[in-house]
Design a protein around this ligand. Sequence first.
Ligand SMILES: *Cc1c(COP(=O)(O)O)cnc(C)c1O
Length: 384
Amino acid sequence: MIYLDYAATTPVHPRVLNAMLPYFAETFGNPSSVHRYGQQAEAAVDSARENVASVLNCRPDEIIFTSCGSESDNLALRGAAFAMRQKTGAKWILTSKAEHHAVSRTAEQLGKLYGFQVEWLELDEYGMVTPEAVEKAICGGTGLVSVMYANNEIGTINPIKAIAEVCHRQGVLFHTDAVQAAAYLPVDVQSLGVDLLSLGGHKFYGPKGVGALYVRKGTPLVPAQTGGGQEFGLRAGTQNVPYIVGFAEALRLTAEERGQRTAALKPLRDHIIGTLLEGIPDSRLSGHPESRLPNHASFAFKDVDGNLLLTLLDAAGFACSSGSACKTGNPEPSDVLSSLGLPREWALGSLRVTLGSSTTPAHIDAFLKVLPTLVEKVRAIHRR
Ligand SMILES: *Cc1c(COP(=O)(O)O)cnc(C)c1O
């Protein structure tokens, strides 16, 4: 079986696992306890926080550990939306339909249940949000803009630095979901200029179930989860010490190896894109041709049932994914693909191929050999 779905999740790096192990049973204290067990656990969390802060080029007390990337997005959106409304009366939230549901569904709920106004930013044909689109959409009542750094479904990288500048000229807070981007793109929050940035451990060879939110000093934020005073009072709950240690080690390794990982995968990605667009009739790349993640290839094939294609790929030994909501019976194109303006007969035939640590050129050759035949097979079924 060949794994080509690294955008969905990555395996835990062996060095990350080793770093985590002592904190399950040996050094098991509660970081909030006063005694030495607690002190040791607290020291581990502090050191993890310092390591994360050093990769992000920020202060340790600007890092809030959470339970996942989705929680980081929720804390950022809910926390900043409520705080800005309280502080300035601003109740408009700007975001886009290409966002991960952790952002778009949260914005939707803030609109439906909590009295905020949500405006959906215009996207170009590659699913990109331009600084001009943000500039045009910001109004006097805008409190928060959220635009993802890189898209998980179509790989498009957004011009975050330029968008942050537009927001700051207008006195608006800017959040970016960097959960998918962090494995391959620099996450220096000073050069990006963001106020809030979400990360999730399992997209860069860390464990699932742990994330972090960068909160620039002075950014107004209401805690989304109340209780004890952990994480500077912004996220209650006893810290998950082993996972936080693993998260920090995975991010440190990623920052160290980012260049090598990119250099290894980008030529393979380009080989996949070139070969498939040339070899499969009625195929197109989804997302941006240049401004895209180096491990990410995504396609739309006309008149192809994307879910059936995934099933046949799985049977042939390849684990890939599609952009569509993977439900049999009533398949609907995903919000992201629909937002690109792809016609339905294209949007339903989506395929995402994402590479990572165990991908080899031989795997890609094997994949490229079977895919055109499988697409043809699915089309033949469609025609019947
Ligand atoms: C995976 C992902 C998330 C959610 O992260 P979890 O840790 O799985 O909750 C959010 N945003 C993007 C862009 C992602 O790729």
